[in-house]
Design a binder for this molecule. Structure first.
Ligand SMILES: [Zn+2]
Length: 395
């Protein structure tokens, strides 16, 4: 398991434990029942230690021993079931949650938490209808249960029910008093795309605008708006894309193609050169701006300048195959290739599959392309280009 994923498990499990402690405190205040003294068990301490050091199976083992001596310890059951789910034994988690729900002495908060956890078990196991029912029941018990609301939101996302996901996220943000504009913005983009597919152009544009009013960094909203204006008003398209780059310069390369087109259509192709030069100046490792500029220059009949740019891009990014390919193409344009080398370049162009490796900054999931939502941890806007540094011993 990746370190970050492990950390997430530990944090989530500890959060469950703290929630349990809060429940027991509230119950003590309510004087409903005395708590078993499971905290004095050495297995409890050992279980927590294993949890903190990421030994999940041993933590399960130790906490299981605590439960054997103190079968009524609700919070230990909550944590244990969470751990079972995380190590892939969802059926055990479901069993524990069902047994907990049979108890008559649960507080309202405990019942809601257990129902929400059961919902997440079902969601992870792929029983989406049952998950929806469990979350709904949890919210009936406690309409402000954050775990159930967050689970419901994820469930809507997984089913691509974007409007419902947006509404759930908005409710969550209100309850948590958190700024979830970025996620809400991405959900608006999905709603806009849905409207586009249904031929409702105005509703789509409105959704993209709402996305940007929620958070300017929602890059696909800029791209979609720019695409919508390209035919009618290329100058406007260019200014939309320039604003996008201003809001999220690390995503600039995603705007290169439409921007180049928009500048050309508005009769100012040289502005693209100026933009790339500015980006290269800001980040000397930016091979994408160099590559785009080199292509532009080669097409403009300046292959010599293009080659210089590409060689500088290669120095900092020797792993990027696209730059290598562009060097060969530029050499071909400079008529510097022997017939054998020309055959080699043609073969490479025809046969090679070019990946653009990206990695999720939350869960380290790797993808061959830029994605807006991680297919593994389901977070939004977490992908960055996977960069390879010079190997040890290299210059
Ligand atoms: Zn991820």
């Amino acid at each position: 398991m990746a370190d970050t994923a492990l950390l997430a498990v530990v944090v989530a499990a500890l959060a469950g434990l703290l929630a349990g402690a809060a429940f027991s405190a509230s119950r003590r205040r309510a004087g409903e029942r005395a708590r078993p003294t499971f905290r004095s068990s050495p297995h409890y301490t050992e279980g927590l230690h294993c949890l903190a050091t990421g030994q999940l199976e041993t933590a399960i083992h130790e906490l299981g021993k605590v439960l054997r001596d103190h079968p009524g310890a609700v919070e230990v059951q909550q944590v244990l079931s969470h751990l079972y789910r995380e190590v892939g034994r969802v059926e055990r988690a479901i069993e524990i949650h069902r047994a907990l729900l049979d108890r008559k002495d649960l507080t309202r908060a405990e019942r809601a938490h257990t129902l929400a956890s059961l919902g997440t078990d079902f969601r992870k196991a792929g029983f989406l209808d049952r998950a929806a029912a469990a979350y709904a029941e949890a919210l009936e018990v406690d309409p402000r249960n954050l775990h159930a609301l967050a689970g419901q939101q994820k469930l809507h996302e997984e089913q691509r029910h974007w409007r419902e996901a947006y509404e759930a996220q908005t409710r969550l943000a209100r309850l948590r008093k958190s700024d979830d504009g970025l996620v809400q913005g991405f959900l608006q983009v999905e709603m806009g795309r849905e409207a586009q597919r249904a031929g409702r152009a105005e509703a789509a544009e409105q959704a993209f605008r709402t996305a940007l009013s929620l958070d300017r960094r929602v890059f696909p909203a800029h791209l979609a708006l720019a695409a919508a204006w390209m035919e009618r008003d290329p100058r406007r398209t260019a200014s939309i894309l320039e604003a996008a780059i201003g809001a999220a310069p690390e995503r600039a390369y995603l705007a290169f193609e439409p921007l180049q087109k928009a500048y050309a259509a508005s009769g100012e192709p040289s502005r693209f050169v100026a933009l790339c030069e500015r980006l290269v100046g800001q980040d000397p490792r930016d091979w994408r701006a160099r590559l785009a500029l080199a292509r532009h220059l080669r097409a403009d009949g300046q292959p010599g300048e293009a080659l210089g740019l590409l060689l500088r891009a290669l120095e900092a990014n020797p792993h990027v195959l696209l730059v290598h390919l562009e060097v060969w193409r530029t050499l071909r344009a400079l008529r510097a290739l022997t017939p054998e080398e020309q055959r080699y370049v043609t073969t490479v162009e025809e046969s090679a599959l070019y990946f653009d490796p990206h990695i999720c900054t939350v869960c380290r999931y790797r993808a061959d392309d830029m994605l807006w939502r991680c297919p593994h941890c389901h977070e939004w806007n977490t992908f960055v280009e996977e960069r390879v540094g010079p190997t040890a011993g290299a210059r």
